[in-house]
Design a protein around this ligand. Structure first.
Ligand code: BT5
Length: 276
């Protein structure tokens, strides 16, 4: 199917026109491309980047047939209920800074959700947004390098919005509408999240790290002060999460009192308080 033919709307409240109407941003979501169905918005955004799409391009789909999480995990992406979108960045900073953009986007998603439906969510480092101990959003950041510099970054966001039945093995997921008890506009949610991202990203770019956002991030962190289990390729260890540092690493105090900085790109961290 041709690209133009894919840009229809799938319901009265979610389509190309609604996205454009709600998007009150300076550079994110300009342009925004809506698709009823894609394999993965991240894959599409990377293709657009290769074809010269500008920074700020936003790819949105009503459904994904190959939605992905980290390390090839599946992201459940049914039609008609959720947000699946990917933002293209073309920065001129070093690859080490790229993984920090996941944390910047996490802050934006928390604000976007709160502004759209009043729900207060928290961030489970590095890439989950949780409410009541369940996951309502996941973020997948991917970058492409050219020699040693970043050619582009794609930040993919999946937010569960409308009520739906998850596969039985997925017991840790919830949706915004189940949690807040009212209808949530997907176009408005995307627009609010993008607007919040612009503010946080400006701070990140000005500082070159997360130093200006540390306090807010740690306040919203579901990990701070909690026991965590770090699944490091070198071996697993447990400790208490103290919060992130300016590079976005999670500081974990181990049993022997030493503090280890855990880098998002290398390990997974799991809470051991019911949410895994
Ligand atoms: C993530 O990975 O949480 C990143 C998810 C990013 C999805 C977006 S959607 C738009 C863009 N296009 C894509 O193809 N991807 C991005 P990870 O931390 O690896 O978590 C994956 C795990 O979350 C799975 O193994 C499941 O346990 C769980 N999961 C899968 N689908 C879910 C859903 N819809 N809601 C909550 N949890 C889910």
């Amino acid at each position: 199917m041709g690209k133009a033919g894919q840009k229809e709307k799938v319901s009265d409240s979610f389509g190309q026109a609604e996205l454009e109407r709600f998007m009150k941003t300076v550079w994110t979501g300009h342009p925004a491309h809506f698709y009823p169905s894609l394999d993965s918005t991240n894959i599409r955004a990377k293709l657009e980047a290769q074809n010269g799409a500008p920074q700020g391009t936003l790819i949105v789909a009503d459904r994904q047939t190959a939605g992905r999480g980290r390390r090839g995990r599946v992201w459940e992406s049914p039609a008609g209920v959720n947000v699946y979108c990917s933002l293209l960045l073309k920065p001129d900073y070093a690859p080490e800074q790229a993984s920090m953009t996941t944390l910047v986007m996490a802050l934006a998603v928390v604000d976007g959700i709160e502004q759209t439906c009043g729900l207060q969510t928290r961030i489970k480092w590095p890439n989950d947004i949780v409410v009541g101990g369940k996951k309502v959003c996941g973020i997948l950041t991917e970058m492409e390098l050219e020699k040693t510099s970043v050619r582009h970054i794609v930040i993919g966001i999946g937010i569960n919005v409308g009520r739906q039945k998850f596969p039985s093995q997925l017991t840790t997921a919830t949706t915004l509408e189940a949690e807040c008890g009212k209808k949530v506009s997907r176009a408005s949610l995307i627009a609010n999240t993008m607007r919040a991202f612009e503010g946080y990203y400006a701070d990140f770019e000005a500082n070159g790290d997360l130093s200006g956002l540390l306090e807010r991030y740690n306040k919203l962190s579901a990990n701070c002060g909690q026991k965590v289990r770090v699944l490091d390729p070198q071996g697993e260890f447990q400790g208490v999460a103290l919060g992130i540092n300016r590079k976005g690493e999670l500081q974990v105090r181990c049993g022997n009192g030493s503090v280890v900085a855990v880098y998002a790109g290398e390990v997974s961290v799991r809470g051991i308080y019911g949410y895994t």
